[in-house]
Design a protein around this ligand. Structure first.
Ligand code: PHE
Length: 343
């Protein structure tokens, strides 16, 4: 009886591990185990040698073995049935293939890449930095000491466990990191995601994307700044677009300006997008404040530079005439699919 129980166990194990030829696995299993010459049948034949007092128990064990084999057989049949047999004669190679839907870049990425490539042609290279920043890189080094009222211009998300850390409010923090390296001259653009604690509306979100730029060398002037940005706008929006600079204020630049372009929607005549002024603001800029240079270890007596920063959402909205920036983060395929052919 011991011996017979052992054989039942071995057989079960063998069934579990059974791997026949793939194409008729189920049939091979049936012949080997269940068929009239199969191993289960032959073990059943051993019943006649089992002592009378053990017959009941042994019968039960063998019956279970039989049920196990049958269920395994059904399983194999199902697997085989699920796979259609493909032979060369059933494939029609002349039929068109299944079409794969092609993904597209997000419009924000498309425009970011375009901005980056325009500035790369002018010799700027890309610099990146962390999205979680410390107070020094996001504010203090940029001439916004503690309690400076201009900090309120950029409503900030602080890390609640330690408010010395925050989500960067602009990528100017990357510029600080680059200046601190001390490799001059510097000619960089800093694309990236930034965060501000603002009420979400058609024109503002709690996060958006920026490209900021910085050029520091000997004798950099405001004329260089104007010409660089003028070149950018013409490459981005076409030769007909006009620009104007308005005086503005940023703690990290002096003098500071905001740059407008003529409204692309109405051609300057006045519409809702340009609030009937004919002009749309696209970026802030200015000459890097000497305090910022000194904070980053750069001799402000020798070097000068310009900086600028723009929101990619704003540029994208103007370029593709999109009226509400919330659509950028809604993942609506009807919107995103329209950019398949844009690169
Ligand atoms: N850091 C400014 C902002 O996020 C943009 C800016 C950059 C303005 C550089 C002037 C010079 O609003």
């Amino acid at each position: 009886m011991e011996n017979l129980l052992q054989q039942v166990e071995n057989l079960k194990e063998e069934m579990k591990n059974f791997l026949g030829e793939e194409k008729d696995q189920a049939e091979a299993f049936r012949i080997k185990f269940i068929g009239s010459n199969g191993s289960v049948k032959s073990l059943m034949g051993e019943m006649k040698n089992v002592a009378a007092e053990n017959k009941r128990e042994m019968g039960k064990v063998l019956n279970e073995l039989k049920l196990f084999a049958e269920s395994k057989y059904e399983e194999l049949k199902k697997i085989a049935g699920g796979k259609p047999k493909i032979t060369e004669s059933t494939i029609d190679f002349t039929l068109p293939g299944d079409s794969l839907s092609i993904g597209s870049r997000h419009p924000i990425s498309i425009v970011k890449n375009k901005i980056v490539s325009i500035f790369q042609r002018l010799g700027f290279s890309v610099a990146e930095g962390p999205e979680i920043e410390d107070d020094w890189h996001n504010f203090t080094a940029l001439n916004l000491p503690e309690n400076h009222p201009a900090r309120d211009m950029q409503d900030t998300f602080y890390v609640s466990q330690d408010p010395a850390w925050m989500l960067r409010t602009h990528t100017s923090s990357v510029q600080v990191r680059e200046m601190e390296k001390g490799d001059l001259p510097i000619r960089i653009i800093c694309p990236g995601r930034v965060y501000r604690n603002e009420t979400i509306s058609a024109r503002a979100h709690c996060f958006f994307h920026q490209v900021e730029g910085l050029y520091i060398a000997d004798n950099v002037s405001f004329a260089d700044l104007k010409q660089t940005l003028y070149f950018f706008v013409q490459e981005m929006f076409g030769k007909d677009v006009k620009v104007r600079f308005r005086p503005s204020y940023f703690p990290f630049t002096e003098p500071s300006a905001e740059m407008d372009i003529s409204c692309l929607i109405c051609g300057g005549e006045g519409c809702n997008v340009c609030k009937h002024t004919g002009w749309v603001e696209i970026l802030g800029c200015g000459m890097v404040h000497p305090n910022v240079l000194e904070n980053c270890g750069i001799d402000s007596g020798r070097y000068s530079g310009f900086a600028f920063g723009m929101g990619i959402e704003r540029i994208t909205m103007l370029k593709y005439q999109i009226k509400d920036l919330r659509i950028f983060s809604e993942n609506d395929l009807r919107f995103l699919k329209q950019f398949v052919s844009a690169v």
